[in-house]
Design a protein around this ligand. Structure first.
Ligand SMILES: [Zn+2]
Length: 295
């Protein structure tokens, strides 16, 4: 009995200690929670809806020339994507994929798309992680993005090409371009791995001839649709004239009336993703005139 009371009283101070300890732990937890919340807010800020860049062009003729430049960039993007998927050309100048981290898309010969990389990948004077991912994130001790998939190289290359295509857009923080690229890459991974999982149900590896090329075509199309649009006969519907495709980054404005780059470019994916110069939409005689001032 006495023993118990002593124990009871002896426990009391340690009980207070426990409460102190709990408070301290709660404080730590609160701190950790606040840190997490901060990180979460940063994440939302980084991944939330970002504004599409807008470049105002001085004259309608300059707009047309710029639209031509965008139109002519399609083969460049095409080569970048297929070179990556075939693991040839520009990608050979960079770090080799880490074979230990090879994923299902790597085995399906999609350019080591989902090969898991534990180390930084070289990109010029910097790393691919530093070039593509947000520097603020990159420099923090807690860095969820250091490890990545090998397709980070394709993201870097596409981003670099977009920067070259729109030199007036000088923002280099994580922005709209990143969001477009991330979106279609997520979609590609989901689509291709789903296809491969379905096909793996039947004993398929090694892949039959032609599968690899079909997968490459799907990936190419997904990326190009995200950037340039192109939906069969629903090409740039009028009510959606300011749609989020890169040709609409550029515009000409007079008296508040805007005309976008897409008016000079038309896409069509019915025939394996062809592109047409949109001269038929606005030709020389039928050029844009401002409905207000007539200029
Ligand atoms: Zn006007």
């Amino acid at each position: 009995m006495e023993h118990q009371i002593i124990d009871y009283y002896n426990e009391l101070p340690s009980g207070i200690n426990v409460i102190d300890k709990m408070n301290a732990e709660l404080h730590d937890l609160q701190k950790k929670y606040n840190e997490l919340e901060k990180k979460h807010n940063e994440y939302v800020k980084l991944h939330g809806k970002l504004h599409m860049p807008k470049i105002r062009i001085n004259t309608i003729d300059e707009l047309k020339i710029y639209a031509d430049k965008i139109y002519n960039s399609v083969p460049i993007f095409k080569k970048i994507i297929y070179d990556f998927l075939n693991h040839e050309g520009w990608i050979l100048e960079y770090d080799r994929p880490d074979r230990a981290g090879q994923g299902v898309m790597g085995y399906a010969e999609c350019g080591f798309w989902d090969t898991f990389e534990m180390d930084e990948l070289k990109w010029g004077d910097t790393s691919a992680q530093a070039f593509y991912l947000d520097n603020a994130y990159h420099n923090t001790e807690y860095n969820p993005y250091l490890q990545c998939e090998y397709n980070l190289y394709l993201k870097c290359k596409l981003l670099d090409e977009l920067y070259k295509l729109f030199p007036e857009y000088t923002e280099r923080k994580r922005g709209w371009f990143h969001q477009q690229i991330d979106n279609c890459f997520d979609e590609v991974t989901l689509i291709i791995t789903t296809i491969l999982e379905d096909e793996c149900a039947a004993p398929l590896l090694p892949l039959w001839t032609g599968t690899k090329d079909k997968l490459h075509d799907i990936i190419y199309k997904k990326i190009m649709e995200q950037l340039f649009g192109g939906h069969g006969d629903e090409l740039f519907p009028d009510e959606n004239v300011n749609s989020g495709y890169i040709q609409n980054i550029i515009y000409y404005e007079c008296c508040g009336n805007k005309i976008y780059g897409e008016n000079f470019i038309e896409t069509d994916i019915t025939e394996g993703y062809c592109w047409y110069d949109g001269n038929s939409i606005i030709n020389e005689e039928d050029s844009f005139t401002c409905p207000n001032c007539g200029k």
